[in-house]
Design a protein around this ligand. Structure first.
Ligand code: SIN
Length: 544
């Protein structure tokens, strides 16, 4: 009697663009797929993406130019092979999204509308619903997933990976946990586990990320011994609606993104005297790479004693009525948020500040999402594919999720059936951890505040944020080490999240301490190179 081999079982953790595409490709490739997500399917970071998805979709654009722009924004620390894959396969993946039901905005002739964002040499950003691209993608993919054979488990929190004999064999979940109710623990066996858990914006006091972004996948991968890399590269988006540099002024998660596409349409950044200060930092001013613009704003805010700079859209289009209509049509989500705060951006510039946005580093993968741990894959923001280098180019994140999610989904079945796991091509050495435990009674170490998530967010905002130095990072490292040492064994989802944030925070700070020079999003004010790192020469000494 011939025995028919059972279809390999893949568990995908996370429901943003990368997880959903991976699941759909894996099920098409003959895998049995279970997708687990800590909230409901729709509540992933993808939903909040406004600007759009970058890709070479027009005949007068070139793949080589997309590669060049991506490498330049990433300060050349990108993996060139990964960038080539991203740029070359991007158009097919965007066409696949269209086929899956994503309606990108088009003109009267049916041609895609073009959007420009910072550091792109061509307006190659497609958008949907004006500034609701992520929502449109998430909706279409979730509908497809619900109609597919993928088994979905919502409210399932990843406690840890199950690792046996040096291989990822499944996931340990906490299901149905909610305030006032402890959920049940359940283990699911798998031939392959795909982390698609997103980033860790909740590390910071100000973030554009939703509360679910607590670094769960990175922390689980670290505990399982998988390689992680580039965790010092945390991108700060230049413009969220805000009023003050004082992080204690607003609650975490309260930072509403004002898309870079607004600057792409011509809005400018002005100081309190109405001067366009971004030219001080870079000849491309508001459309310079994101890290440059974010730091320029932070420096300007320092000069203004913490008062926010302004984003000025009041010169766009002709009359006030035409401008108001244009802003409401092109940016309906932002327009509603701005007006809900009692501001009229067609008439007056609005206050903006930087906020933590995107983690370029993560779990190291090869070009198919394979990590250094056999059986474990990582896709989307949790992964460090190498495409972003030291600073991600605008609107490359949705593209990365689609391109590398599809690649991972396509190989999982073959890898599992072959039962000989390919050795990933992108192995790296583990991050050094130069953090020292605080010495009891030592005068040189200030006492640690008691742990709370808010205290951690404020610590990282202050000491491992847009601008870092050795003293601040060393202090942050010692506080985190003390918090980790004193932490109780977690039981609830919120406690597991806190543990994950601490695990990732320790690595972020360790990596930032280890990289002494400034590059891309990692800016060390104590580095010799800092003074030439596109910082305005007119800054007062030490202001950087
Ligand atoms: C934005 O719309 O400015 C954010 C898009 C991105 O992070 O690439």
């Amino acid at each position: 009697m011939t025995r028919v081999a059972a279809a390999p079982h893949a568990v995908v953790v996370g429901s943003g663009i990368a997880g959903l595409i991976t699941a759909l490709h894996a099920v098409d490739g003959g895998c049995r797929v279970t997708l687990v997500t800590k909230d409901v399917l729709e509540h992933a970071n993808t939903r909040y993406a406004q600007g759009g998805i970058a890709g070479v979709m027009f005949s007068d654009d070139r793949v080589e130019d997309h590669i060049r722009d991506t490498m330049a924004a990433g300060a050349g620390l990108n993996d060139r092979d990964a960038v080539r894959v991203l740029a070359e396969e991007g158009p097919s993946r965007i066409r696949e999204l269209v086929a899956l039901g994503v309606a990108f905005d088009r003109d009267a002739d049916g041609e895609f509308l073009k959007g420009l964002e910072a550091a792109h040499s061509y307006p190659r950003i497609l958008h949907s619903g004006g500034d609701a691209t992520g929502t449109a993608i998430e909706k279409a993919l979730v509908a497809r997933l619900r109609a597919s054979a993928v088994h979905v488990i919502e409210h399932a929190f990843l406690v840890d990976l199950v690792v046996r004999d040096g291989r990822a064999r499944g996931v340990d979940l906490l299901i149905g946990d909610a305030p006032g109710r402890v959920g049940r623990r359940e283990t699911i066996d798998a031939d392959a586990v795909v982390l698609a858990t997103g980033g860790a914006g909740e590390l910071y006091a100000h973030t554009t990320n939703p509360p679910v972004a607590t670094g769960d996948g990175i922390a689980a991968a670290i505990r399982a011994g998988a390689d992680v890399k580039d965790l010092e590269f945390f991108q700060f988006h230049p413009t969220v609606l805000g009023g003050s540099a004082d992080p204690s002024d607003t609650g975490a998660g309260d930072s509403f993104l004002v898309s870079e596409a607004v600057r792409g349409e011509g809005a400018t950044l002005i100081d309190e005297h109405g001067r366009r200060f971004a030219f001080d930092a870079h000849p491309d001013a508001e459309l310079a790479p994101r890290d440059v613009v974010a730091r320029a704003i932070a420096h300007q805010m320092e000069r203004q004693d913490g008062r926010a700079v302004r984003l000025d859209a009041t010169h766009l289009r002709g009359t006030y009525a035409e401008r108001a209509a244009f802003l409401a049509r092109r940016f309906p989500t932002i327009d509603a948020a701005v007006r809900a705060r009692g501001l009229d951006w067609a008439r007056e510039p609005i206050p903006v500040t930087p906020a933590a946005h995107y983690l370029m580093g993560g779990v190291t993968t090869d070009l198919f999402g394979r990590t250094s741990l056999p059986g474990l894959y990582a896709v989307g923001e949790v992964a460090r594919t190498g495409v972003h280098g030291a600073n991600r180019l605008a609107s490359n994140s949705l593209l990365e999720g689609a391109v590398f999610g599809a690649r991972a989904g396509d190989v999982i079945g073959q890898d599992a059936s072959a039962r000989s796991w390919p050795v990933p091509t992108a192995r790296t050495t583990p991050e050094p951890l130069p953090i020292r435990e605080p010495v009891e009674g030592s005068d040189s170490t200030p006492p640690s505040p008691p742990f709370s998530r808010r205290a951690l967010q404020l610590l990282l905002w202050e000491e491992a944020g847009l601008v870092r130095d050795e003293a601040g990072l060393t202090y942050a490292g010692s506080v985190i080490a003390a918090w980790r040492r004193d932490a109780r064994t977690p039981r609830t989802e919120a406690e597991f999240e806190d543990e994950n944030l601490l695990v990732v925070a320790e690595r972020v700070v360790g990596a930032a301490l280890a990289r002494r020079g400034s590059v891309g999003a990692h800016f060390r004010s104590d580095s010799a190179a800092a003074s030439v790192d596109r910082v305005p020469e007119s800054l007062p000494a030490g202001a950087a």
